[in-house]
Ligand binder design. Structure first.
Ligand code: ZN
Length: 486
């Protein structure tokens, strides 16, 4: 049988057009347009599908409330927790499992925390975050069993008490075992980073413990506070720093002193020291001829061996020796018809001077005149408004009880520590030659004739002549031979 070609052709338009159109509509229905509020994830793709493991169980917060209520019920009714939990959760194991899940979710920082209702006791759900979760789990079980034990004892259920006690004991042993295992973990299994962290943490804890025990001891003994301990520590540190500073300063001063001594004309170890000028030496002082600046051929100097800025820095022995030298000089000059003034000028201690007493001979009958000259000259020093009394008479007290050790001063002694002292307030304007100038005026001498840089020195003041005369004159009055005889 042969079919006509139109019969074989696919239908198009014509007689069945409308029906075909309808069929197409049924086969491909228009895609549904979900409303914004559509919650079915299969209809609305913007809604997230439920997780695959979603088991349609009540939420954790609801479970937490149920657990909380179970504990409260056990407390209220006096029934054992085991009994109530079995009633409400089917089995005690299920109750514990859920409780652990809730605790773990609470430990996660991002996890939702169970809302605590006011007035409800949730203490037994609290976790010690510092402990290992495995230990925590066991502790929680012990806590529950202990609650159960209480009610079992209350109800005098002897068998239950024994069973629960045994369970608690087993759990406690488990915890100890676990802790031991953790302690004896083989260090070889750890990486260096972990070991370092552990060591750091351990040493930090040790420091904290030591500090706590120390501070508690101190507090017990002395009632000191933490602040006081800190303060003491800070003070110690500061003192240490100060000590270092002081040592540096001391080293600096020592080296300066060393340099000064090396250039000092009165120090025995100095290369500028001239031994030919020395007439006699005691233990702490010596007597010598002034190299320059002499106003009289018989002028002498009493010099302490130690490089000190003033005689007030010397000890009792030095003062005794000075007194002896003064006596000798007084006797020597008296034998020649002279009297004497002893001058000491102590200024500029910062330049580390070596003090000297000048013994200047004067005509024997002019001592009262000299006193008047010095009294006037001292009273004319500086302004009228000086802080200290300008003229200090040492007749009653002597120099050491009239002038403080640290002060710069000028002292004219007329006879064995009886004279006029003056505390120098303005060192920069006080002349080191003040005393000599006063004596020079009295003797009618011009300063150009006796000063260090004098162009022409009086003939009888030439050094060699003075040395010759004094080495012949002084020895018979010297006292230091008594030291050798002892
Ligand atoms: Zn010196």
């Amino acid at each position: 049988m042969k079919r006509e070609s139109w019969m074989l052709e696919p239908p198009k338009g014509g007689l069945f057009k409308d029906r075909n159109d309808n069929q197409q509509k049924i086969e491909k229905p228009p895609a549904p347009v979900p409303t914004v509020r559509e919650m079915n994830p299969f209809l609305n793709p913007s809604v997230q599908k439920r997780p695959e493991n979603y088991d349609n169980k009540p939420s954790l917060s609801w479970q937490a409330k149920k657990i909380q209520r179970t504990i409260e019920l056990a407390q209220e009714t006096g029934k054992s927790l085991l009994e109530v939990a079995e009633d409400r959760f089917g089995s005690y194991e299920e109750f514990l499992k859920l409780r652990e899940m809730i605790e773990v979710s609470k430990m996660k920082p991002s996890g939702k925390k169970i809302t605590e209702e006011k007035g409800k006791k949730v203490d037994n759900l609290k976790l010690n975050k510092d402990e290992d979760p495995a230990i925590l789990e066991k502790r929680e079980k012990i806590k529950l069993l202990e609650e159960e034990l209480k009610s079992a004892r209350k109800d005098r259920r002897k068998a239950a008490v024994e069973r629960i006690e045994y369970q608690i004991q087993i759990l406690k042993e488990d915890i100890n075992e676990y802790k031991k295992k953790k302690t004896f973990t083989n260090p070889d299994d750890m990486d260096i980073q972990t070991m370092l962290q552990m060591e750091r943490a351990e040493s930090r804890h040790k420091m904290d413990r030591d500090f706590l025990s120390m501070s508690s001891k101190v507090k017990r003994n002395n009632d000191d506070t933490f602040d006081e301990i800190q303060e003491t520590r800070n003070k110690k540190l500061k003192n240490k720093e100060k000590k270092i500073d002081m040592n540096e300063e001391r080293a600096r001063v020592l080296s300066k002193e060393q340099k000064t001594i090396e250039a000092c004309p009165f120090c025995l170890e100095s290369s500028f020291f001239d031994n030919s000028l020395v007439l006699a030496t005691a233990l702490k002082s010596f007597i010598s001829i002034p190299k320059t600046g002499a106003l009289h051929p018989l002028q002498l100097q009493i010099v302490p061996i130690e490089h000190i800025p003033s005689m007030l820095h010397g000890d009792e022995d030095l003062w005794d020796e000075i007194r002896n030298f003064k006596k000798c000089i007084i006797r020597m000059l008296a034998s020649r018809g002279f009297t004497v003034v002893f001058l000491e000028t102590c200024i500029k201690f910062n330049k580390l001077p070596h003090t000297v007493i000048d013994a200047i001979p004067l005509p024997g009958d002019c001592i009262n005149q000299v006193k008047g000259y010095f009294k006037k000259a001292i009273n004319e020093i500086g302004s009228e408004w000086s802080q200290n009394k300008k003229l200090v008479d040492t007749f009653e007290k002597g120099l050491r009880r009239s002038v403080p050790k640290k002060f710069p001063y000028f002292y004219v002694d007329f006879k064995l520590d009886t004279g006029y002292a003056h505390v120098i307030e303005k060192e920069e304007s006080f002349s080191i030659d003040f005393g000599k100038s006063v004596v020079g005026q009295l003797l009618g001498l011009d300063a150009t004739q006796w000063r260090d840089n004098a162009a022409v020195i009086k003939d009888d003041l030439i050094l060699d002549k003075r040395i010759y005369i004094l080495k012949k004159t002084y020895p018979e009055f010297d006292w230091t031979h008594m030291l050798n005889d002892q």
